[in-house]
Each structure stands twice: as C-alpha cells, then as structure tokens.
Design a protein around this ligand. Structure first.
Ligand code: GLP
Length: 241
C-alpha cells in the first residue's frame, strides 16, 4: 500500500486529480470509478481546471459511481447523481450516457444486480476513487458487510445517518438505505485511490493500514488489494506510526 501524506485539502485534490487525469490521458477510453462526499471535492475541482488547461478530453471515458441513496431521484439535491452532475459532469466533456450512478429509484432490490454486469461489460474499472466513513465504510458498505458482496441495497447505520445529516435540513430526511457497490465490486477495480481528511478519519485510517482484516472494519479489505494508494492529510494520518 502506497501512503502519501499531504498538508492541505488542495494538495489532496492535486495528487489524486493527477492520478486520475493520467489514466484518462494514457487511455482515452478508460473506465473510472468515482465517489461522493466532501473528500473528493478538491479532486473534482482540480480535474475540471486541469482538463480545461491541458485539453484533456473525457469524451470516450466511462464512469461508475459507488453508491446512491435509496429513494432519491437524480434531481434531488442530496442525491449522488445530482452531486456528480454539478461537481464534475457538467464541467467536463463527458457524454452523460457514459456516466453510471446506481439508481436509487428502484422498485425491487433485484434491479441493482445488473450494475456489476455493466461494469464488467465496460471492461472493468481501471481506477476507483474512494472516500472512507468514520466507521471504516467504503461506498456504503457498513461494518459487518460480507467481503463477497456485490452491488446491493444496504442499510445505513445510525452513525452514518448522523454523519451525513449535515448535508440535509434534518436527520429525519436522511434515507436509511442506499444502493452500493459491494466490497467485491470495489476489490475488482484494477487500482484504488482512497482519500481522507481530518482527525475524525484517523481511527479508520489506522485500522485500514494496520488493523486485522475483518468485516468489523470494511476498509481493511483493501489490505488484500495489490494496488492501493492512500492520499491523506496529516490529521487523518495522525494515528499511524
Ligand atoms: C458517504 C459515502 C462514502 C464516503 C463517506 C465519507 O457515506 N457513501 O462513499 O466515503 O460518505 O464522506 P466524506 O468525504 O464527506 O467524509
């Protein structure tokens, strides 16, 4: 595991953005896995600025997002589709039909199973961007999730609902379920880059790097992946030796 510790959020954006932009430059048809939350915002800002500056085209790139709240449509301002549209897709030349975010508006839980097939048919994910929850979740794979899980409907823990309530008017508005790529779906990516900022992520980062590999901390599964880079700030790294 490659661990890069930086000082500022801006540097996280720059280093992570460069990793992703290099994939796009190397292979204009690359498949990129994307994430939401506050952690990737500086990365998306950097990607937008530098795609313009360096004339990097996203026209033939395909993207797959990790997750979506169940019950929120893509026009709801807290949906992850909305987040991606406004924080990235509207500002690069990607074709919207090549951007995939799991649908939160499903009628049966079985509908979500096609997501992994779609990823496979696109050739698999070349690089997957990840954030991390304070409880070590990746995507919305909460503690206890099977390491063999594929994309499915998942229950959110109270801790996650509480943590994410800052984006909603009220905690009661936060959906209690989500559609998330599974841990196996994430591990299928050829390369993974995980970003984390702030002291509240320090424990999860310590578990990720040095903890026993266990479903109690879903992030520990990444110890079994051959190509992972962590790009984290000093606060998130503060419990590492
Ligand atoms: C949500 C998302 C995760 C994300 C996490 C951390 O729960 N489902 O994919 O990693 O939040 O978010 P933040 O970066 O805002 O701390």
């Amino acid at each position: 595991m490659n661990i890069i510790v930086v000082k500022t959020e801006q540097e996280i954006g720059q280093k992570t953005g460069d990793l992703i932009l290099n994939k796009v430059k190397e292979n204009p048809k690359a498949v990129i896995g994307l994430a939401t939350g506050s952690s990737p915002l500086s990365t998306y800002k950097y990607i937008i600025e530098n795609s313009k500056k360096e004339n990097v085209s996203w026209h033939d790139i395909t993207t797959f997002n990790l997750d979506e709240y169940k019950g929120l449509s893509g026009i709801h301002n807290q949906s992850y589709r909305y987040f991606m549209t406004h924080n990235l897709f509207n500002h690069i030349d990607i074709q919207k039909e090549n951007t995939f975010v799991p649908s939160g508006m499903i009628e049966s839980d079985d509908e979500v199973k096609v997501y992994d097939e779609k990823i496979k048919n696109a050739g698999g994910i070349d690089i997957q961007l990840l954030g991390i929850g304070v409880n070590g979740h990746i995507g919305f794979n909460e503690p206890g999730t099977s390491f063999d899980s594929l994309t499915s409907v998942v229950d959110l823990t109270d801790q996650t609902i509480e943590a994410n309530s800052r984006f909603f008017n009220d905690k009661s508005e936060v959906p209690t379920q989500a559609v998330s790529m599974g841990l196996k779906s994430i591990m299928n990516a050829k390369e993974i880059v995980l970003i984390a900022m702030g002291e509240n992520k320090a424990k999860a980062i310590k578990e990720l790097v040095t903890g026993e590999v266990s479903t109690d901390w879903p992030c520990t599964i990444l110890q079994n992946h051959p190509k992972v880079t962590l790009i984290i700030d000093e606060k998130a790294a503060s419990l590492l030796d």
